[in-house]
Design a binder for this molecule. Structure first.
Ligand code: ZN
Length: 87
């Protein structure tokens, strides 16, 4: 008897995807069996797989914003506008 593989993240649902990180922080999802050999895989269910991918994409976008471009102009404090002379 062979039990279906459980998702390694929620341990509730049946794993349907092999999640792999191929030279990127965003995981690639492959159906079990068609994943790329030689890369570490995490067996995940459809829900967890989609969630991991979404979170990773958000993180990647956020990191891209933080890391580049180094726009320091907005850091410079602007002097509050005061009227030169009040009549
Ligand atoms: Zn799961």
């Amino acid at each position: 008897m062979r039990k279906p593989r459980k998702c390694e993240l929620c341990h509730e649902h049946e794993a349907v995807y092999a999640m792999q990180y191929i030279a990127d922080i965003v995981p690639s999802l492959y159906t079990l069996g068609s994943h790329i050999r030689g890369f570490k895989i995490t067996r995940v269910c459809a829900e967890c797989g989609a969630e991991q991918k979404y979170v990773a994409e958000q993180t990647k976008q956020f990191m891209a914003l933080v890391v580049s471009p180094p726009n320091i102009n907005f850091i410079v404090t602007t002097v509050p506008e005061t009227p030169a002379s009040e009549l």
